[in-house]
Ligand binder design. Sequence first.
Ligand code: FAD
Ligand code: SF4
Length: 636
Amino acid sequence: MSLTAARRATLAALADSLLPHGGALEPGAADVDVAGQLDSYLDRCAPGTRRTVNLMLTAFNLSSIASRHARPFRLLGAPAREAYVLGCEKSKIRQRRETLIALKALILMFYCSDDRIKPLIGYDGQPYKKVEHDPGVVELKVEQPDQGFFETADVVVVGSGAGGAVAAKELAEAGLKVIVLEEGEHFDRRDFTGPPPERLRRFYRGNGLTFTIGVPTISLPIGRGVGGSTLINSGTCFRPPDFVMEAWGMDTAEFEPLFADVEATLNVEPVAGDIMGANGEVMDRGRRELGYSGGPIRRNARGCHGSGVCAFGCPLDAKLGMHVTYLPLAARAGARIVSGCRVDGLVIENGRAAGVTGSIVDPESGAVHRDARFEVRAPRVVLAAGAVYTPALLQRQRLANSSHQVGRNLRIHPGCGVLGIFDEDLYAWKGVMQSYYVDEKLQDGILVEATYPPPGVGYSAGGVGGKGSDLKDVLARYRQTAAAGLIISDTGTGRIRATPGGGLLITYNLHPDDLRKMLEGIRLTAEIYLAAGAIEVHTQLPGMPAVRKREELDWITEGRWTAADLKLSAYHPMGTCRLGKGPESSVVDQYGRAHDLPGLVIADASMLPGSTYVNPQITIMALAARNARRLAAEMS
Ligand SMILES: Cc1cc2nc3c(=O)[nH]c(=O)nc-3n(C[C@H](O)[C@H](O)[C@H](O)COP(=O)(O)OP(=O)(O)OC[C@H]3O[C@@H](n4cnc5c(N)ncnc54)[C@H](O)[C@@H]3O)c2cc1C
Ligand code: SF4
C-alpha cells in the first residue's frame, strides 16, 4: 500500500466528511471504500504521483493545527472535521484551499466512478448513438526496443504528437528517411477502456497530476503516448482567427491550403445534431436567446457515437488522433515510429545539430532502463516534444538561446468550469464531450465551450462546492446539470525551467487582466445558462452562492476576487520557443529553424508566437506541415 496508516486515516476522514452515509445518494465514501481504492490505485502510479498525494495528505492533516481546532485533522471529531472542511473551501489561505480542492477532486472522481454510485447518478456509460460503421482498427507498426541501439536517418523527429506526427508524414512523403522517437507507449482503441482514473494513469504524463506553480496553482494535464496529447484531447478543431494570424505577420492566404489539407486528413466536420447531446443543446438554446455568436464545434472524428470520453482516449478511435491518421501515413511512406525512447540530449557536431541521444524507458512506468542508451544520427533534428519538454531539452545543453527566450513566454489558455442546473433531465454526458462554442467575446480573449467529461471528473466536478448533504444534493442532480469550460487567451506568461536531475519547473502567475477576462467569461457562461432556463448556476468562486437570476450576475464581475480565488486548469501550453524575425527576441524563424543552431527545426506548440485564442492543434499542425515542407525542399 502506498499510504501510511496515518495518511490513509486522513484520507478516509476527509472522504467521510465530504461524502458521509445517507442523504440524496445513500452510500457514503466509506461504503464504497474510496480511501482503499485510491490507496491501491497509487500503488500502480509513478513514484512522483505517490509523493504528491502523500504530501497533500500530510499538509492537509497538519493544516488544521493552525486553525481554531488546534489538532491534526484526522484526530478531530466529525462535527469539527466538517466545520474545518467548509472553512477550508472559503479560506483566504490559498494553500489550505487548494490542497482541499485537489484532494476533493480525487475523492469525487473515485466515488463517482464506482459501479455502485454510477447508477444512482444515472450514468450508464453507454454511447449516445448506436455505431453504424465500425471504423476498424488502424494497424500502426510501432517499434518498442528493449535494448540500446544506434541508427542513422535523414531526419530524426522527437515526439509524435500534433507537431511531430505531421512533420514526420510530410518529411517521409518527400522521400526522406525519417525516425520518430516517442517516449510514451503505443495505445489504440483496444486500450481506451476502464474507469477515468485508470485512463488518467495510463495516458497522461505524471498520471494526470501536472501543475503550474504560482498564483493560483493551475492543473496542466499533458498526454504521453504515440500520438501525444491528440490521444486524449477533446477533438476540437478551430483555425486561428484572422486577427491572430495578422498579428503574427502571417499570410492567411498562404495558410489556407495548409489548413484545408490538415482538415481533410482529419475529416474535420461540425458536430452533427444526432450526437450533440443535451450539453450542447442547452448552450445552443441560451446563445440563441441572447443573440450571441457560436455554433457546433468542428472536430476531427469519423463514426463518433457520442460516448463523451474523448479526453480519456476514444474507445472507437473515432476521434482521429495522430495515431490513426498522420502516423500511419508517415509509416506508409517509410517512417519508423519508435516508442519508449526518451531523448535527453542533442548531438552537436561542428556547431550543428547532428542527432539525438537518450534512454530506453519502460513505456508504462516511464522508468529509465539505465544501461539501455540509444543514439540516432541525422543531419536534421526536428524537436516536437511539446511546449513543456522541447525548451527543457534545449536548456539542459544551453542550446539555441542567444535570445534568452527558450522556456519563456509560456501561454496556457487558463480555463475554468461553470455548471448550470436545470429542472429537466439532461444526462449531459451523453453526446460529444466538447460539442458547442460561443465566441461572442473572442476578440476580448474569451471562448466558451460546452464540455462534459464523465460525472465527477474535470469540469463536471469543478463547480461542486460544499460537503455532506449539500454536496450529495448536487451529485444527485448531475443528470440535470450542464457543464461548460471557458478558456481565455492569456496576456500574462509563465516559464519552463529545467532543473538538475532531469526535472523541470513550470511557473505561471495569472495576470490581472486575465483575472478580469476570466470573471467576464464566467459571467458570460452563467448568462447563457440562465437564458437557456437554468434554475441555478454554480461558479467556482469560493463562498459564492449559486446564481439564480440575471441581476445576480454582477456578483461575479463586481466581487472582490483575486487570482488566488480561481480554480483553474489549462490544456494548451505554447510559446516557449517562439518564432520570430531574429535571434534578439525569438528562438526560431518562421519555418521553425533555430536562429542559433543550424540543423535544428522546432515543430510543436512551443514555436507559436503567442496565444492562438482558440484550441491550438490545427494551428500547430499547419505550422508543422509548413516547417517540414520547407525542410524537405532544402534537403532535396
Ligand atoms: C486534455 C486535453 C484536451 C485538449 N483538447 C484540445 C482540443 O480539443 N483541441 C485542440 O486544438 N487542442 C486540444 N488540446 C491541446 C492539444 O492536444 C495540444 O496543443 C497539441 O497536442 C500539442 O502538440 P505538440 O506536438 O506540441 O505536443 P504533444 O501533442 O503533447 O506531443 C508531444 C509528444 O512528445 C513526447 N515527448 C516529450 N518529451 C519527450 C522526450 N524527451 N523524448 C521523446 N518524446 C518526448 C510526449 O510524450 C508527447 O507524446 C488538449 C490537450 C489536452 C491535454
Ligand atoms: S464522443 Fe469522443 S470518445 Fe466518444 S466516440 Fe465520439 S470521439 Fe470517440
